[in-house]
Design a protein around this ligand. Structure first.
Ligand code: ADP
Ligand code: MG
Length: 703
């Protein structure tokens, strides 16, 4: 998207308020009043055919009557007459429309909304909204909204999908002491969406951190792409994590892929830091907007109290930044700035006797030391120290250290004096929090940002084969038979076309043929029911493993058929699969969903019968490189099982990762065909021995 329309919306030189009103209480009045009284320095043109003048500004019947140029129009008229106003705006050469009016797709009037957008786009105009609060910008002193005042000035910019929340956040910026340059209400996202604005903010000199409140995207992949290219930290709070997962699903993966997990995966793949709740969004935004990223794992904590030091240590472990002891030379130097009973290990405890000087000297040394990547300074208010003096000591130590590329956060625990000292710190670019765990969590955000940026810059190399023709032949045959799911045999043929290692499998339609195939494949074999109507074969008594001889093949053939008929007498039975019996291995599940927002998405978890109970799974939007897949393997709670437990050899993680990578290539290439799929289980062998897919399921997309 070109920047002109968003330039027009974000800092217009002249702005029209269409539907400006002389009646206090009306939105058309509030917006105009906000623009005039809160310092907007551009031209302001009220538009209302029924008025001569409002709030001292000459009123025009149409934007076409305005003598000067107009960059943006704030639209506050009722939804049903918005369309009629678009033409005049287009003819006037307005660049962007901020449509505050509601009554569009959010109440089911999607068609009206689409008409408005296409009318505007015909003139090259872009639309923010409709159904929004507006745009607030401190750097332009522009309150083009019906929120009461500009937010506390700061370096972050918030894009919010909820209007009410935006107004509430606006007010709370002052009580929380977290400043924003802009608050942008995005509403129905009929035209301009998150990706457009993030792209624009990336070049906005007034924004150092992009903060998102997200309910849902229309196009997840374009969002990911823009975020990947961003050079600024982006942090998101995703709301509404429970609805999506409720949808009935045909595969294991489908039932395990909740919105929270898929969004979470997409955010991390796009380099977007996440917040756990609203408070956390503010805490992390403050750090990301004021501090450089934390480029390594070495966190040093300096404190005057053991208690907050321990709390911070716990928080560090929880936030993925476990503490290490400081190196010897660091300890020796720090020992000079504390009494004998202090500790220089980490946390560095300067003790309750610590005054400004000890803090100052310890910080100045530590911050400049090569070993330290990030610093958390904790302080408990004491009777003998002045919090503001401590704060000033911290600031000057940091400045004097000559270093500016490392992260630092601060926590003061105390009363009013500490509050004031923290406000001073924040004004001076140092994020400060009322509790030690919050300061640590904020540092962790700076670390996550740095780690994710590095990950995002890695190339995604494909794996496996891509024999699309072979796969499509199988899929087309199933579709021609009027089926929505492939049988295990067919699914394995598709998997195999993309280089996934599957067990040898053949279809037997008679007992004699079963014997013949078993001899051919070699004993022991596994026999399974093949029926499009029986997706979970064991449930139907349709799987027999470790069949060792001809007599057992004959017996299994009859039993499986009888079981299947009993289970579902209407099931269409293709026959019995005779398959190579894979040796025992660690069972994992690979699977995919075709997510409505992000498209083909991979899942990995520990397999077997408990997968749906334990839900120990992790997701990635496809494609997934082998190195990304290796990280997936480490993410699940059961990760140690793959490292080898109880004397077992470590499992072949490399081949498993390559299999995930190949699987992701397959679901991306067949995005129009596969709706859900899984390989459950995949048996993982010792290092160097690879993996084997012993069961496969593919549900086709409806066409
Ligand atoms: P379903 O999941 O439809 O019930 P599976 O094909 O997964 O059926 O088979 C059930 C279980 O039998 C698997 O979880 C696995 O433990 C075992 N199994 C299936 N096929 C093989 C095979 N070829 N080699 C070894 N074990 C197998
Ligand atoms: Mg299975």
């Amino acid at each position: 998207m070109n920047h002109a329309a968003l330039d027009g919306i974000m800092h217009p030189k002249a702005i029209a308020v269409i539907g400006a009103s002389a009646t206090p209480g009306k939105i058309g009045f509030t917006v105009l009043d906000n623009l005039i009284k809160q310092g907007y320095s551009g031209e302001i043109y009220p538009i209302n055919p029924g008025e001569q003048e409002i709030l001292g500004h000459k009123c025009y019947a149409s934007v076409l009557d305005v003598p000067g140029e107009i960059d943006a129009a704030v639209v506050t008229i009722p939804a049903k007459i918005v369309l009629a106003a678009i033409d005049d705006c287009g003819k006037k050469g307005i660049k962007g429309l901020i449509i505050i009016s509601s009554g569009f797709s959010e109440v089911g009037k999607r068609e009206l909304e689409e008409q408005v957008v296409s009318a505007a786009n015909r003139y090259g105009m872009r639309i923010l909204g409709p159904n929004i609060v507006g745009v607030l910008s401190n750097s332009d002193k522009m309150n083009a909204s019906f929120a009461p005042y500009l937010p506390l000035p700061g370096k972050a910019t918030l894009i919010s999908q909820s209007g009410a929340l935006l107004i509430a956040i606006d007010a709370s910026t002052y009580t929380r002491g977290v400043g924003f340059d802009k608050l942008i209400s995005i509403g129905n996202m009929s035209d301009i969406d998150f990706a457009d604005i993030i792209n624009w903010l990336n070049d906005d000199p007034s924004t150092s951190c992009i903060t998102l409140y997200v309910e849902g995207f229309k196009n997840g992949r374009s969002f990911m792409e823009v975020c990947r290219q961003s050079t600024k930290p982006i942090i998101a709070l995703k709301a509404g994590v429970s609805a999506h997962g409720a949808a009935a699903a045909a595969s294991h993966t489908g039932s395990l892929a909740g919105a929270a997990k898929v969004y979470g995966a997409a955010f991390s793949q796009a380099g977007v830091v996440q917040a756990s709740d609203l408070d956390n969004l503010f805490d992390r935004t403050l750090a990301l907007s004021l501090q450089p990223p934390m480029h390594g794992d070495n966190l040093l904590i300096i404190t005057n109290g053991g208690g907050v030091g321990v709390l911070a240590t716990d928080a560090a472990e929880k936030s993925g930044l476990p503490l290490k002891f400081a190196p010897e030379d660091v300890q020796v130097e720090l020992k000079k700035h504390m009494p004998d009973f202090g500790s220089a290990k980490n946390p560095v405890d300067l003790t309750g006797m610590a005054g400004n000087e000890w803090y100052h000297d310890a910080i100045k040394f530590a911050y400049a030391h090569d070993w330290v990547d990030g610093l958390a300074v904790l302080y408990c208010e004491t009777a003998v120290t002045d919090p503001l003096e401590i704060a000033k000591g911290i600031k000057s130590a940091l400045v004097e250290s000559g270093v500016s590329s490392k992260s630092v956060t601060v926590s003061f625990v105390g009363g009013e004096r500490s509050e004031k000292a923290m406000a001073w710190l924040v004004e001076n670019g140092i994020p400060a929090y009322g509790a030690p765990d919050r300061a640590i969590n904020a540092l962790a955000a700076l670390r996550e940002h740095s780690q994710m940026r590095k990950m995002v810059s890695e190339a995604i190399l494909p794996c496996g084969d891509e024999n699309r023709t072979e796969a499509m032949a199988v899929i087309n045959q199933a579709r021609a038979d009027g089926r929505g799911a492939l049988t295990e045999i067919e699914a394995k043929q598709v998997f195999s076309a993309y280089g996934l290692p599957v067990t040898k499998t053949q279809l037997a339609t008679s007992e004699d043929q079963a014997v013949e195939l078993a001899n051919e494949i070699g004993f022991p074999v596994v026999m399974k029911i093949v029926s499009p109507e029986i997706l979970h074969k064991s449930d139907a008594g349709g799987v027999k493993v470790n069949i060792k001889d001809v007599a057992a093949v004959r017996e299994a053939f009859r039993t499986i058929l009888a079981n299947a008929r009993e289970y579902n007498d209407k099931a269409n039975i293709h026959g019995i699969a005779i398959q190579e019996m894979a040796p025992w291995g660690t069972e994992v599940i690979l699977g995919s969903v075709n997510d409505a927002t992000f498209g083909p998405t991979m899942m990995f978890g520990l397999g077997g019968i408990f997968v749906e109970v334990l839900k120990d799974v992790t997701f990635r939007v496809a494609p997934v490189s082998s190195s990304q897949a290796l990280r997936m393997l480490d993410e699940i709670r059961g990760a140690p099982i793959l490292a080898g437990v109880r004397g077992e050899d470590p499992r072949d993680k490399q081949v498993l990762a390559e299999t995930i990578c190949a699987y992701s290539t397959m679901i991306l290439d067949l995005a129009d065909e596969i709706s859900e799929s899984d390989a459950n289980p995949v048996l993982v062998y010792a290092e160097g021995k690879g993996v084997k897919v012993v069961d496969a399921r593919i549900i086709l997309k409806k066409k």
